[in-house]
Structures are given as C-alpha cells and as structure tokens.
Design a protein around this ligand. Structure first.
Ligand code: TXA
Ligand code: MG
Length: 324
C-alpha cells in the first residue's frame, strides 16, 4: 500500500484528483485547500457549483480549521461515531472556500475509518474534499474498477483498496441548530443518532442547510428502474419478456421464475448486506443491456430507511432524459 500512498499524496499535492476507498463508498478526492483542484473535481463529476462537498480529515485535532461553534451535541456525535460513516454539517470556519461549501455558511466534515482513507489523510496532512466517485446523479462506486470505468483519464490516480464495507454513503446530520436534523439516512440510523445525541432529531425546516445530494433524482442507473412488490414484479417481468423485452431484476425473495430474457440477481436478506451489495448490483444489472430494471420492494422501518432512500431516488432519476 505504501507506493500507492506516496503516489496518491503526490497527486493531491500537485492539485490532481485521487479516487480512494472509504468504508462507505469510493471518494473522488482533491486538496480541500486548493480551489483550482476543487474546480477540477467539480468538472470531472459534472457537478453544479452550488452543491457542497464533504471535507475529510484524519482526526479531530484541527477541526477548528474547518468549523466553528461546535455544539455539545456535535461533539457527542463525533465522539461516538468518528472515525466512521457519519458526516456532520457544522458552521464553517473563516477561510473555508466557497468552492467547498457551495457558498453556504456551513461545511460538511467526516473522519473516515477505512485504513486506506485514514492513512492517506494522515500522510497528506490536510483536508481532502471528496464527493462520491461517480458522475453527478449516477450510482456511487464501491470498487476501484467502478471508478476507472466511469472516469477513465479524468482521474489522475485510483487507489485500489478493494470493496467498501458499508456500500452506501454516510449518514449526514446537520448539527448547526438546537436539535440535530437528519439530512441523509445511512448505515448509522436515526435511532443511533438520537441515542448518542441524547436529544430527538428535528424535522428539516426552511432554514436547514440544503443537501442537494438529497435531490429527488439521484443514484440512478441509465436503465429505467421501477420498485415494486414481488408478485407485481413477476407479472411485469413475464409480460415484458413475452413482448420480447429484456428485464433486469433485483429481488430479495427466492421467487426466481424460469423466464428467458431475464437477468436476475438475488439480493441479500439483511439490510447491511443488501446495502453492501446495492451499487455493485445496480451497476451489474444496468450494464446487462435490459429495457427495464425491476427492484423488489423492501420492508419499511429504520433498518431499511437508507436503502429505501437510495432506491426511491434511483427510480426517480432513472429516466433517459434526466439531467439530475
Ligand atoms: O459516504 C460519503 O459521505 C461519501 C464518502 C466519499 O465520504 N461522500 C459522499 O459525498 O457521499 P457526496 O458529495 O456524493 O454527497 C455529500 C452530500 C451532498 O448531498 C452534499 O450536498 C451534502 O453532502 N453536503 C456537503 N456539504 C454540505 C453542507 N455544507 N451543507 C449541506 N449539505 C452538504
Ligand atoms: Mg454522491
């Protein structure tokens, strides 16, 4: 890992883009202190300039470089979940560039636990701005190979650290107000946050920071994606294949029918494993050249909230004409 580490740090220092693994998904990293590098990052992702990026840091030692007015609730959450798959939205410190915050008065911070991400941050020494390593609005990457395929030469270096454990992006909590607000559900659940914070989550208000990654259309494959109940899914798959269409299916139940023209993935039963495999499964099914991607509806409830959130947005975004 040492030669990859040296090269990654050198690329970051000269303002280049480095994709690297975190415990959630791969990040597309740039020196958070270098606005030109951040500009490259936005260009590579095709991301609008007013969508802020998360700053990743190695530890809490230099938090004040990035954030101000860190509340007791924020400290409790940081203490309990960092390093780990949690992003805190804090008031930004003076000097943090608009290029990172999208012009907002807040900054998203995360201390990742993945050994590669951690080593990279330690060795680099500064903050690394890193959105998920996918083109804007598309499916996130959980393998180095996903990143290479998606970006090619637009990324200067891809640090291959194997597959990501969690598989979906970090939980995002806004801790700038009196009560924390959940902006994006993740592996760390709403219940986990409330327990650690010692205070109930508040609903987002008009004053809550915008989290544009929570756009209705996001995480989308190119194949039209529909989420539906199992029996309906079987009926539709049968109808479509009768019409000569090819159908991709992501289902949890063992109801796989014998149908020609169906590409079927049996997804794990438990939410964490389902999340771990989700983006790789969506990418596999998306590349199968099918006319539709049918996903079996999942249970409701807190354990499935993050995965349901991603699937709803993937369904909303999977339109050939989508600009999200
Ligand atoms: O797990 C993750 O969070 C991954 C890994 C690489 O750390 N990163 C990630 O970044 O998912 P991204 O850019 O794909 O999603 C971050 C979300 C975006 O929706 C962005 O709008 C929101 O965080 N965000 C970042 N800074 C923010 C801020 N200051 N206020 C509100 N939302 C913010
Ligand atoms: Mg993203």
């Amino acid at each position: 890992m040492n030669s990859q580490l040296d090269e990654a740090v050198a690329v970051l220092k000269r303002g280049g883009l480095v994709a690297f693994p975190t415990e959630t998904v791969y990040g597309l990293g740039a020196d958070a202190g270098n606005p030109a590098a951040i500009g490259k990052l936005y260009a590579a992702k095709g991301r609008p300039a007013d969508h802020p990026v998360i700053v990743h840091v190695a530890g809490t030692a230099n938090l004040n470089e990035w954030a101000r007015e860190i509340s007791p609730v924020a400290r409790r959450l940081a203490q309990r979940f960092w390093p780990g798959p949690l992003t805190l939205i804090l008031k930004r410190a003076p000097g943090v560039s608009d290029a990172i915050t999208g012009g907002q008065d807040t900054v998203g911070l995360r201390i990742p636990s993945h050994p590669v991400a951690h080593a990279l941050l330690e060795k680099f020494g500064g903050g690394i701005a890193a959105p998920s390593a996918n083109r804007f609005g598309r499916v996130s990457a959980t393998l180095a190979e996903h990143v290479r395929r998606e970006f090619g030469a637009a990324v200067d270096f891809v640090f291959d650290g194997g597959e990501c454990d969690v598989g979906i992006e970090s939980t995002i909590v806004d801790v700038t107000g009196a009560a924390p607000v959940l902006l994006r559900p993740g592996h760390i659940t709403a219940r986990d946050i409330e327990q650690a914070a010692g205070i109930a989550l508040a609903a987002p208000t008009a004053h809550s920071p915008r989290a544009p990654g929570t756009l209705a259309a996001h995480y989308a494959p190119a194949t039209p994606l529909l989420v539906m109940e199992g029996d309906l899914l079987l009926e539709l798959a049968a109808t479509l294949t009768r019409q000569g269409k090819r159908v991709a299916v992501l289902a949890r139940s063992a109801l796989q029918p014998v149908l020609a023209g169906v590409v079927w993935i049996a997804a794990p039963q438990e939410a964490p494993q389902y999340a771990h495999d989700l983006y790789a499964n969506l990418r596999t099914l998306d590349s199968a050249g099918c006319d539709a991607l049918l996903v079996e509806e999942l249970p409701q409830g807190p354990d499935w909230a993050a995965v349901n959130d991603r699937l709803l947005r993937a369904a909303a975004g999977a339109r050939p004409s989508s600009t999200a």
